[in-house]
Ligand binder design. Structure first.
Ligand SMILES: Nc1ncnc2c1ncn2[C@@H]1O[C@H](COP(=O)(O)OP(=O)(O)OP(=O)(O)O)[C@@H](O)[C@H]1O
Length: 902
């Protein structure tokens, strides 16, 4: 049996097989070497690949066979290998700690195992009993692989990846490391559902291979993971919730959801509320305060009650506080049916040293005073009488969820009370809370989060419309003059009536605006209209004197007076409106009836009566009165020597003042006369759709909306910065309501369908016809006249008193005059004059001028002058209503003539 180099591959395979079978038959120890040698030779010829394999395997086999003869040597080598491996291998087993697991896995997914080919996927939409366990938190810089948190995962239907169970290797800091993820069968707690799983099943073993690194490098790795997680967490606030299972004894906090940190600056509160509150908390968190408390034997803890209507920022303040001071939030819902006193104590025991405990809507927790009173009544009916309110409350209530008032009382300042935390309770109805719950030392401060003041509305506007170029949406431009717009907006918002949340929602609907249309936008902004709520909050928290107020202790200064007094006090001198009560002869008009019916309910409900803008049939007329040079300073200011009398017409009914006039009760005051009623005021009701005597603030605001419409480019900004004012009175001539009906009646008569009219307008045609006849007989005018002083600073530089862009009357087409290339301003002016002498354009100009001179401004038809147009100085003329200005159209090389609203 000889081999031949010239054999084909098939032949050589056949030879190989026959050789192999004969070798098997005749194999003996002496010939085996020869057979192997021949086999190898043939294999080498078969393919170069075999040749290479043989070159590697042969020496290994020879070595093995040689070593077989020295068995003891092998065991020495194994021992040696074990010793070396022991020296170069360090191992850490990470116990089932969900947070650390998340952090390690997130870190490895982000860095070491980027290219790993074995991953575990969490399918979109997966929910488990505890989603925060299933979904990864953003413990490190979030990549696409590591979504933000459970909520977002569900929202975006994203897929989450983690390293699969098994063995993975990676390099850290130049060291070779391995990561073994093992899933061990979890010992199920009593009552836990079969099949439920969570990360506590997971064990991680980290190994480092290095002669010099060892455990230190593993420690370094874990430290690094922790610190990366911590720095990522810096921009996050963790919110923990209790994990309470109905049939389980387990009570603990979940591992918390990370939420983007919110800072206190994001919370828009009245500075009188916000600043002292923050200062108080800052002082408490100061380590010196802590050591003082400890030294003085005072329990180191703090409690606040944040109370006020829905959507005034109580919860937002709590989370922003946590964000500002890097604290975790532990959210407790006392109304949880699984919560009881013992569980609550356990949860408080497990709180970290420094954190915020947020107890939301404490009044609806089922342990409020109302409930306790009911219990008390029931007990009394059973003959168990006791006068001690606290004692009564403390008796374990047989509430459906086993939570009694003693639970929170103990954890707040009983022996079991933890130290170092800040407890924030929120409530919409603080009066219903039990006195014991909010007594001093349990609650150190009670803070009212009220409706939006002027300051809050202004700041909210500024916050929402101040954007960096990176934050701009597609098509959006950066707004200019934001403070001016903010002020104009806030002027239109009735103070102390609307919640910041409502204002925010309203403003967000305007978010996508181009900076070009800024003036149009300002005009668009009107006070939002509100439906009277039928359920829910019926009254603002009343703030009686400390003595009878269970909520406000002696430490809190209550906001004195009625809502109107408070709000007008808060607004200082900016606005004053006060009218005497209506005379009994006053006849309410149609528009007022709705408001009257709502005013029968609570003050709060009525104050939210619908603010209706002027309807077209009630369109007001504005009659500017020439400026009176005697009025140089602000009426009502010290040193005011003039009188507003000269500017006012004889037939004035009501002066609605946008400024703080002198004391209206003082008969010696020059303005006194105009603050007194002259006739009945029913028309005022009509335009405001509310009773101005019942709701002076709202009526005043509604009235000022007209002023705002009258002065599109006279924003009343920076009141306090100017002491010289240009005063101009605007008049609203409100048509008599019968005239409005007249118009409708006529229209209906034309259609000869009075039944339709009756059906649609609820109007008695015959009666209306009678009224109309009667009206015709009435002597004198059939409208009411209201006057508004409209002010603007005279001494201010344009930069101090920025004006909104001029408004062009929309329905007037500009007359375009051709511009000759290279003209100077002077030449342009001349060209304009010359062009006007051209008969066609002169006729047109004249027609427009005449029309405008007699036409009151249709405000809603105004639009700002387009951006690309530049005003030509000293080339204007005009009437009382309009200025005619000439503009250079940059792109079109033409001069246009526009009528601008004055
Ligand atoms: N003062 C405020 N400053 C900034 N944003 C606010 C303010 N008040 C409310 N908001 C916004 O309104 C929304 C609701 O606010 P939040 O939940 O804090 O009100 P709340 O007073 O806690 O209401 P509730 O009593 O219903 O719990 C949030 O989105 C928040 O951003």
């Amino acid at each position: 049996m000889t081999g031949s180099g010239s054999l084909s591959k098939t032949q050589s395979l056949g030879t190989l097989l026959s050789l192999f079978s004969s070798a098997c038959e005749n194999l003996s120890a002496s010939r085996s070497d020869q057979v192997i040698a021949q086999l190898l030779h043939l294999l080498k010829q078969l393919s170069p690949w075999f040749a290479r394999l043989i070159a590697v395997v042969t020496p290994t086999i020879l070595l093995y066979r040689a070593l077989q003869k020295f068995g003891s040597l092998v065991s020495i080598i194994c021992i040696l290998r074990g010793w070396i491996m022991g020296k170069v291998t360090a191992r850490v087993t990470v116990p089932p700690n969900p947070m650390l697991h998340d952090q390690i896995m997130a870190y490895l997914m982000e860095h070491g195992l980027k290219d790993s080919k074995t991953l575990t996927v969490t399918a979109p939409g997966t929910t488990t009993a505890c989603s925060s366990i299933t979904f990864m938190d953003p413990v490190v810089n979030t990549s696409q692989r590591m979504p933000v948190d459970g909520d977002e995962v569900r929202k975006k239907d994203a897929i989450t990846y983690t390293p699969a169970v098994g063995h993975h290797s990676f390099f850290f800091d130049g060291y070779w490391m391995t990561f073994d993820r093992q899933r061990l069968a979890k010992q199920r707690g009593k009552g836990e559902e079969r099949g439920s799983h969570n990360q506590e099943d997971d064990t991680i073993v980290l190994t480092c291979y290095s002669l010099f690194g060892g455990v230190t490098s593993l420690q370094k790795f874990l430290e690094h993971v922790k610190s990366s997680a911590a720095s990522a967490q810096d921009a996050m606030t963790r919110v923990y919730r209790p994990v309470i299972q109905r049939h389980s004894q387990i009570t603990c906090w979940d591992e918390g959801r990370a939420r983007p940190q919110r800072k206190l600056a994001a919370i828009t509160l009245d500075s009188k509320v916000k600043e002292p509150l923050i200062k108080d908390i800052e002082t408490y968190l100061d380590p010196r305060t802590k050591s003082f408390y400890i030294r003085s034997g005072i329990p180191y803890r703090k409690g606040y009650l944040l109370f006020g209507p829905l959507g005034t920022g109580k919860t937002s303040f709590a989370t922003a506080l946590a964000g500002e001071y890097n604290l975790d939030v532990f959210l407790l819902t006392l109304s949880d049916p699984n919560m009881n006193d013992i569980r609550m104590e356990t949860l408080f025991d497990k709180l970290p040293a420094k954190c915020i405990v947020l107890m939301e809507d404490i009044d609806s927790s089922g342990i409020a005073r109302e409930k306790m009173n009911k219990l008390k009544k029931r007990d009394r009916s059973r003959g168990d009488d006791s006068d001690d309110a606290e004692g009564d409350s403390l008796r374990p209530a047989k509430s459906k969820h086993g939570m009694t008032l003693s639970g929170p009382l103990n954890v707040l300042d009983g022996i079991a009370a933890a130290e170092g935390r800040i407890v924030l309770m929120t409530s919409n109805d603080p009066d219903s809370l039990d006195k014991a719950l909010i007594r001093a030392s349990r609650i150190d401060r009670k803070v009212l989060f009220g409706y939006a003041t002027h300051e809050v509305a202004t700041n909210l506007f500024i916050k929402l419309f101040t954007k960096t170029s990176q934050q701009l949406l597609e098509g959006e431009k950066i707004f200019e003059n934001i403070p001016v717009l903010a002020k104009a907006f806030a002027d239109k918002i009735p103070a102390d009536v609307i919640t910041p949340a409502e204002i925010q929602g309203y403003l967000l609907s305007f978010q996508k605006r181009s900076g070009k249309n800024v003036a149009a936008f300002a005009n668009e902004l009107t006070a939002p209209s509100y439906e009277v709520p039928t359920t829910g909050l019926q009254a603002e928290p009343t703030v009686p004197a400390p003595a009878d107020n269970p909520v406000l202790g002696a430490d809190e200064t209550p906001r004195a007076g009625t809502r109107e007094e408070r709000s007008s006090a808060a607004r200082g001198r900016s606005i004053s409106f006060s009218l005497p009560p209506p005379s009994p002869d006053d006849v309410p008009v149609a528009g007022a009836q709705e408001a009257q019916s709502t005013s029968g309910s609570s003050d709060f409900a009525a104050s939210r009566a619908i603010l209706v803008p002027v309807t077209s049939e009630r369109e007001a007329q504005v009659v500017p009165i020439p400026y009176d040079p005697k009025l140089q300073s602000l009426p009502g200011d010290e040193g005011f020597g003039g009188s507003i009398e000269p500017g006012l017409p004889e037939d004035l009914d009501i002066l609605v003042s946008g400024i703080d006039l002198n004391d209206e009760d003082d008969p010696n005051d020059p303005d006194y006369e105009y603050l007194q009623p002259k006739e009945n005021y029913s028309d005022l009701w009509a335009i405001m759709d509310m009773d101005p005597w019942e709701h002076p603030n709202e009526a005043e605001k509604a009235a000022l909306q007209y002023v705002a419409r009258c002065r599109p480019h006279h924003p009343m900004d920076s009141w306090d910065e100017h002491d010289e004012w240009d005063c101009r009175y605007c008049y609203l001539d409100v048509p008599h309501p019968d005239d409005v009906w007249d118009a409708r009646l006529r229209a209906a008569e034309e259609e000869q369908d009075s039944s339709e009219l009756r059906e649609h307008f609820g109007y008695n045609v015959e009666q209306a016809a009678g009224l109309q006849e009667e009206g015709k007989k009435k002597p004198g005018r059939r409208s009411r006249r209201l006057a508004f002083p409209v002010l603007r600073p005279t001494a201010a530089e344009p930069s101090e008193a920025p004006m909104l862009p001029r408004m062009i009357h929309d329905d007037l087409q500009p007359v375009t005059l051709v511009k000759t290339e290279g003209q100077t301003d002077k030449e342009q002016s001349k060209a304009i004059t010359m062009s006007r002498s051209n008969s066609a354009s002169r006729k047109e100009s004249k027609e427009q001028d005449t029309r405008l001179a007699n036409a009151p401004a249709p405000f809603d038809q105004l639009r700002p002058v387009p951006d690309h147009i530049e005003e030509i100085p000293d080339a204007s003329n005009g009437s009382d209503y309009y200025t005619t200005l000439y503009w250079l159209e940059q792109n079109q090389n033409a001069i246009s003539r526009y009528h601008c609203h004055r």
